[in-house]
Ligand binder design. Structure first.
Ligand code: PLP
Length: 394
């Protein structure tokens, strides 16, 4: 008889966004015609930009002609896209070799798949509150997890702990708190990882939202990171690729552990477990890194930044303490009237049909907080902001 992976029995029974969807379903069934203002899930609302659409169309046409048709793509990514990404990093002052850039189908896929590189006995450390997939992927793998809580006191940016950990998850700008590590804050983690021979999985999915030029947009802006870090990034939030799917992972050639090279291991993994990302998507993705593509990215992001500003203005008016929002698409709010995170969720849904994400879904230390996403439409954000002021302003 087959033996299944029993670690799945240790997963929390319901995934955060599933539970939210269930609550909305129940509410709309009981309140026919109710319009829900969805400021919860971090999915984008703006369409792909003109350059990306053009590149996608052209790539489809390429596939129609014998001369330009492409079959299997190289498993680690098309050279044209790997080079475009490396050139993009060079503009941030980070020099990468093309072979250090791996094209992926998105950050989520990579965050799960990359665990193949590490033994089950490695201890994972998750700085919390955190994107729930970090914990769940390690529970599935049966790994021991250290939960490192953060709080208002450390600006939701915890320094390294005294105990040792092997696989360290850092997300900056952070989902859900919107907090961003400074170079000095990241340097402490890089030193810790090099000393302990750990590996940092640096989730840079929201790097494009950083507007303060003193804040690092890549962990490789920090000296020493090339010997201890892997960076996972995505075009989902940068360029609206949530439904299109494209990301990239950086594994420096100097990253060795126990006599093995992690870049070479990942090449072996990809060439075994994938047949590459589609030519069409990689062409579309490469348009993001052109000068015009970057201009369009900034326009897209400015829509979300205006939404975040609109939300922050509302919370200022209400007098509700909040974090993030400036260099990140999320505004992390302290729940009013000592409500729990789910208590505030139910209150907003029942009273004004506004949906956010309960902070407790991102780890225990998120209890009493609530995440608002700036990715909704401008109209919904404006209406929800007004409704929240009317409901919560004393
Ligand atoms: N990492 C973080 C922190 C996220 O918030 C998300 C999605 O919301 C992802 C990764 C997943 O990104 P992708 O759409 O590229 O899978």
């Amino acid at each position: 008889m087959i033996s299944v992976n029993k670690n799945y029995a240790n997963l929390k029974d319901s995934y955060l966004f599933y539970k939210i969807a269930q609550k909305i379903k129940k509410y709309t069934e009981e309140h026919e015609g109710a319009y829900i203002y969805r400021l919860g899930i971090g999915d984008v609302s703006q369409p792909l930009s003109a350059s990306v659409i053009r590149a996608l169309h052209e790539a489809v046409n390429d596939q129609a002609e014998k001369k330009t048709f492409h079959g299997y793509m190289p498993e680690c990514g098309a050279p044209f896209l790997r080079e475009a990404i490396a050139a993009h990093y060079a503009k941030k002052g980070v020099n990468l070799k093309t072979e250090e850039v791996f094209v992926s189908s998105g950050a989520s896929d990579e965050l799960g798949d990359i665990l193949d590189l590490f033994d089950k006995s490695s201890v994972a450390l998750v700085t919390e509150p955190a994107y729930p997939a970090y914990v769940d992927a390690n529970v599935m793998a049966g790994r021991k997890i250290l939960h490192l809580p953060s709080s208002e006191e450390n600006g939701f940016l915890p320094p390294p702990p005294s105990e040792k950990a092997d696989l360290i998850y850092l997300c900056s700008p952070n989902n859900p708190t919107g907090a961003v590590y400074t170079k000095e804050g990241l340097r402490q983690w890089v030193d810790y990882a090099n000393e302990n021979k750990s590996v940092i999985l640096f989730d840079a999915a929201y790097e494009a939202f950083i507007e303060d030029p003193s804040l690092p947009r890549s962990i490789f802006e920090i000296d020493g990171a090339r010997t201890c870090a892997i960076e996972i990034c995505s075009l989902s939030k940068t360029a609206g690729f949530t439904g299109t799917r494209l990301g990239y992972t950086i594994i420096p050639s100097e990253l060795n552990r126990e006599g093995m090279n992690l870049n070479a291991m990942w090449v072996r993994n990809r060439t075994t477990k994938t047949n590459g990302v589609s030519y069409i998507l990689q062409k579309g993705g490469s348009a993001v890194f052109t000068e015009q593509g970057q201009k369009e990215v900034r326009e897209l992001i400015s829509v979300y930044k205006n939404n975040a500003k609109r939300l922050m203005r509302a919370f200022d008016e209400i007098g509700l303490p909040y974090f993030g929002g400036k260099n990140a698409p999320y505004v992390w709010v302290k729940c009013p009237q000592n409500l729990t995170s789910w208590g505030f969720f139910d209150y907003l849904l029942e009273k004004i049909c506004v949906v956010g994400t309960p902070g407790s879904g991102f780890g225990q230390c998120g209890e009493g907080y609530f995440r608002f996403s700036s990715f909704a439409s401008e109209e919904d954000t404006e209406a929800a902001a007004k409704k929240m002021v009317a409901l919560l302003k004393k």
